[in-house]
Design a protein around this ligand. Sequence first.
Ligand SMILES: C[S@@+](CC[C@H](N)C(=O)[O-])C[C@H]1O[C@@H](n2cnc3c(N)ncnc32)[C@H](O)[C@@H]1O
Length: 217
Amino acid sequence: MSNNLSDVSDYIDKLNSNNPLYIFYNEIIDFQKDHIIPAVRFDTAIFLMNMVLLIKPKKILEIGFGSGVSALFMSAGIRTNEFCKIVSLERDKNRYLRGNKILEKYDNRNIELINADAFKYLSNENNKRQCDLIFLDAVKGDYIDYLPILKNYICKNGVLITDNILFNGKVTENKTPEKYKNGVELLKQYNEALSKDADFNTSFFYIGDGISLSIKK
Ligand SMILES: C[S@@+](CC[C@H](N)C(=O)[O-])C[C@H]1O[C@@H](n2cnc3c(N)ncnc32)[C@H](O)[C@@H]1O
């Protein structure tokens, strides 16, 4: 390839910004502009919506509601005549309260937002259910601990999508700043574990901040 990677990324970003849903994306981000709440990037949001359109899941579990971008885009992928419920977990009380407001704004009834720590929630027998799609977007250093737990939540042929597997490129940097060292190391362990995991078929994509898509065998 003669062009450098950043030219290619700029070109793709430009194409993505033509998408009419870019307005919807910015509307969600603007809703919480006074607070810095992380959200998936636009190309990731579109990818998630398209995955829901393709997979047609009935039960989605999201870990990390944040700004609600990913949940609202997954919800946008649900065809109106299909039953699908998205359970989204958010441990931060303020984000949860804000999240309820944005769900009200869009009169969204597919998303059930729960104010809970995911590890606690997932360890509760009453919450055990088989999901056909799980979207993991929480603390990157925790991903490796989620892996064995989430495996039991995904049905056969179900899909696990993980965001931020590149951690803004930090996974490939030679010198990681001290404060990120532990998180980067744990994230790399997760990526490696996923790539070798015989229970899944995993693809790694250079979309947004890097996405993995694992289909359970
Ligand atoms: C990167 S943000 C999610 C962005 C969101 N997917 C979006 O597109 O708007 C990660 C969120 O996960 C939440 N989180 C992190 N660890 C968690 C846990 N153990 N249980 C529940 N929520 C958690 C954080 O509070 C944060 O709001």
